[in-house]
Design a protein around this ligand. Sequence first.
Ligand SMILES: Nc1ncnc2c1ncn2[C@@H]1O[C@H](COP(=O)(O)OP(=O)(O)O)[C@@H](O)[C@H]1O
Ligand SMILES: [Mg+2]
Length: 348
Amino acid sequence: MTETSDTLQVEFRNVTKLYGAVAAVKELSLGVRRGEFLTILGPSGSGKTTALMLLAGFVAPSSGDIIISGKSVASVPSYHRDQGIVFQNYALFPHLSVRRNLEFPLEMRGMEASERATRVARMLERVHLKEFGDRMPSQLSGGQQQRVALARALIADSPILLLDEPLGALDRNLREQMQGEIKSLHCEFSKTTICVTHDQEEALTLSDRIVVMRAGEIEQIDTPEALYDRPTTRFVASFLGEANFLTDREFKIESDARTSDAMPMIRPERIRIIPPNGRLQADNGEHQFASGTIASMIYAGPLRKYEVRVGSTVVIIREHVAAGQQIFRPGDEVQLEWLRSDIRFVAS
Ligand SMILES: Nc1ncnc2c1ncn2[C@@H]1O[C@H](COP(=O)(O)OP(=O)(O)O)[C@@H](O)[C@H]1O
Ligand SMILES: [Mg+2]
């Protein structure tokens, strides 16, 4: 698909936002496709919220331009940008009932009362809060409040939905449940959604594409699968999932694909542990090996996590627990085996 103003709903064009000498966002160029779920992922302070606030119009760029639906929004105030927004802390109006919270954006758009009532009833039903219209926000659980916030962001039928750490305040189970809810709302309403999070699992679960940000700049942008499987930098490899970096001291990994500053990396589930005498297959050159000692073993439900010491490097390995599988104990001498083709080279 070529990226034109037709397929792009939102574009950052070389946008910088300075706070004093600090560039919270630095020369950001990014296109978000119509109907896409795009997540901006990065550690605290990497500029995620600033990027979202620039888009929402709560913050003005120091330089560069933002294009929404083909038009520059440089002079469009936030209340004219036609976006639904969900903040981390819900920001429901505490003195308004759930129903009045949902009506508010419709009132702002001048919708008449009977149409408002119909829409609110339909939306309350959709987010499973039919019985809760007359409650005040303080009378709802965290998950329910967050569903109201989502409903309020969706109800005016704006083409763009902005989410800032939408599940950050919820506990783990509720977070997973709400991830499913957000995903199904996205399938149903097809809003162009830009979500900001520091939670890699949330990003992997929800997104069509993920932008990894670091210190105000894009480090890599790709689909969840591609980012996990082919990270281009050491930062991305360690921020998204677990990574083993194979130092030259202990592992001599040569490859034509390797440039001078590249570091070989392999994911923990790509390595097999075998007993010292266990290598029976003839080596056809596709495998690589290292000798090590088990340092620790942690049983975690469906997975077993090993730490294996190879020289001064600790290699992490994750194995699916299977019947009849050999279990290794701390102190065991083992060999590690992996496919040459599972090594990735990342910039350091
Ligand atoms: N209003 C502000 N005034 C000064 N510095 C700010 C302001 N907002 C953000 N920053 C700085 O900009 C950087 C990015 O912040 P932010 O966008 O909130 O990051 P994130 O959402 O990724 O945690 C940080 O260094 C932060 O301290
Ligand atoms: Mg933030």
